[in-house]
Design a protein around this ligand. Sequence first.
Ligand code: FEO
Length: 172
Amino acid sequence: MISEKLAKAINDQINKEIYSSYLYYAMAAQAEAQGFKGCANWFHIQALEELTHADKFFKYLCSQGALPVMEAVDKPELKGTEIKALFEQTLEHERFVTSRINSLMKLTREEGDYASEIFLQWYVTEQIEEEENATGILDQIRLTGDSKQGMFMLDRELAARVFTPPPAPAAD
Ligand code: FEO
C-alpha cells in the first residue's frame, strides 16, 4: 500500500509530465512555423511520450488504490524560439525532470516502499535517455555552426523519429 505522501508526490509528477507534453507541443508548433518539419516531428513525438509517462504514473496510482487527482496545468513559457534555443530548453527541462524523479526515488527509499522503487527505476533509466537525446542534438547543432545545410541535414534526421509506446510497468 502506497503512503499518502508518496501518492501525492506521484500525483504532482503526473501534472509535471502533462506540463512537459504541453511544453513540447509548444516547441513543435514553433518548429513547424519555421519550416523545420523534422524538428517539429521530434518535438511532437516527445509530447506524445510525455503523455505516456503521465499515463504510467496514473495507472500505477490506481494499481496502489490511490486516487489520481487532475490539477491545473501551467502554461508553457518558451525561453526562445530559435531551434537551438528550443533544444537548450529541452535539455534544461529534462534535467529538471531527472531531479524530480530522483526526489521521488529518495522518498520511496525513506519509506521503505520497494514496489514503488522498482516502478520508478524505469523512469530513472528513461531520464538518462532523455538527457542523452537532447545533448546529442545540441552537439549536432553546435557542430553545424551557422550552416543552413547542416540544419537541413539535422532536420531530415529528426524527421525519421517514430513514436514508440513504453512497455507496461512491472506493477501493472
Ligand atoms: Fe517525462 Fe521527458 O520526461
